[in-house]
Design a protein around this ligand. Sequence first.
Ligand code: DQA
Length: 147
Amino acid sequence: KQYLVLNGPNLNRLGKREPDIYGSKTLTDLERELLQFGEEAEIGVSCFQSNHEGDLIDALHEAEEQYAGIVLNPGAFTHYSYAIRDAVAGISIPVMEVHISNVYAREEFRHHSVIAPVAAGQISGAGFFGYRLALLALVNQTGGSKH
Ligand code: DQA
């Protein structure tokens, strides 16, 4: 089975963007780590990033054909995009929400996720490692493990 890691707006700026919050590693580092983890754990992993709401929605729709589950970091869309929420609600594969930072320890507007009620679950504050946790949780839920 294949799993998609979908990163939203401003996450292409990882490493440069607020490194005190998001760390000094880049999106390329993250994607490389996840591809390597996928190989080691025998989990098929693909990665995609976009700054555009519509492109993320298209990717969610298209993923249904190809993937068993999605790890989604919607960036700031987390807090207000009903369109992304509807896309998540409208596909039949599970979506695990991930945040690098602990959104509940930050500004008030980050405490609310419009995605969380339609997601399979949420991981917040585990850094890049949270993506691995999310992949493992999805594999566990969808029977994707070869072992
Ligand atoms: C984020 C948290 C969001 O509040 C923020 O807008 C982001 C990144 C995170 O990974 O911690 O862009 O999703």
